[in-house]
Design a protein around this ligand. Sequence first.
Ligand code: CS2
Length: 507
Amino acid sequence: MASPKIPPLSLGTPGLISSHTTPPPGIVHLGLGNFHRAHQAVYTDAAIKADGGDWGIIGVSSRSSTVPDAMHAQDMLYTVVEISPEGSGFSIPRVHTDAFVAAKDPERVPIIIGDPATRIVSLTVTENGYTYSPSTGSLNLADPAVQHDLLNASAPKTPIGQIVRGLQQRARTHSDPVTILSCDNLADNGHHTQRLVREFASRLPAAESTETLAWIDAHASFPSSMVDRIVPATTEHYRALVAEERGYIDAIPVPAEPFSMWIMEDNFIAGRPMWEAGGAVFSNDVAGYEQLKVRLLNGTHSLIAYLGALTGAATIPESVAQARIEQAARTVLRDEYLPSVNVPAGVDVSAYEEQLFSRWRNSALGHRTSQVGSDGSVKLRQRIPLPALKMLDAGTMPQLLALTTAAYLTCLAPLGGFEPGEHADAMEDPARRLLSGLAAQSRSGHELSESVLADHHLLGEELAERTDFIERTGEFIDILHSHGPLAAIADASNPTSRPHAAHRSTP
Ligand code: CS2
């Protein structure tokens, strides 16, 4: 007998009880990916439940129509599936009033940012979405999309261009203030965003530029925030789980770990939702929390992802279950990342470390090494240079930061026919083509490391000068190619007994 047809998620779904209806929009959110939908949307839902307010969210997806289309078909609803080995929990945030695709409707973005009802513009566009140059940290003026946005006022393509064009629209029409809230894993993300926005404005024609900069300085605030929740990609498994456990079809459920954290500066020039109701913390030490998170969590995550992928591990839990990788992760966290972090008062670092390892071991979540390993060219720039320079300045080689860099290059730009495996192959990166080209011209790890770090400044200008770090990264690339990741970890902990990796030559 055919099973009864399962209905799609909608406002009419039986059992869907909510204490509120979605309020009118006060937030425009750029980047309608899984992270936003399992993080900010959940806090906003709690804030509206507790305190009301016109804080509905208009979600803007940059290119993909999958989420906006599905949300429209599901009365703007979707399920957050909280996953742990102990079981699953389900919730349905009710905060989005609309969703659309910027690439299909580019004129609409500055218009809604310019709408007086909009009081917060938030962003989860990934490190890659900020169109900055990893080598200088400044706006990437060589990027054709940035060039387009500087010339085209009405249909910008980049988040920074969309924000500035929207702010200009406000300046022209009503001048109400607005907060720009970065929720991406960038150190000092508020100031970083403000700097890029001001740089864009300063590149406009002279009179326009002066006016726009003055308006931004008087009417916009840029709080920093630290966001944290592990949110893997949606797979069929989660769709089936929702259908089975909840009895409806959701095309876009978001899996997430139970842990969630959001720390922000309370600098909202035009008001904000009562996000404390969802557990958000307002603090004057966001910088400390950001360093803690971007280095201890994200930095160590990169090591686990690249070394794990090279051992054939599909997921973070599979990778960190290998004793040598766990040991390398603990060492990089404690000895190489932690010394550069101004630990916020009251944080117990050992408890934080233990909590990280238990989150990474959440095998039910299936967080893929290829997902964490993607976009390394922009992520590693946020994670590695400062801690590495601090150690180098103190006369110590950051062995595991060099190994993370080498493992990244081995995954993305293998030398001479070396096969890094399917998980490395699945990593996406805007620099993949550039790096493969450099690998094709390199005859050894050293040559690759030098061309990537010294000539192309992949980890910034300061590290480009550190020949000792570049040399060590090159040695690790050779060891990874000839002896594998476990030998490379052993070598990092005991550099004097290094196996002499033959310098490779291209066939
Ligand atoms: C990860 C992050 O993909 C990555 O680089 O380190 O997405 C990480 O899972 C989140 O920042 C956790 O909050």
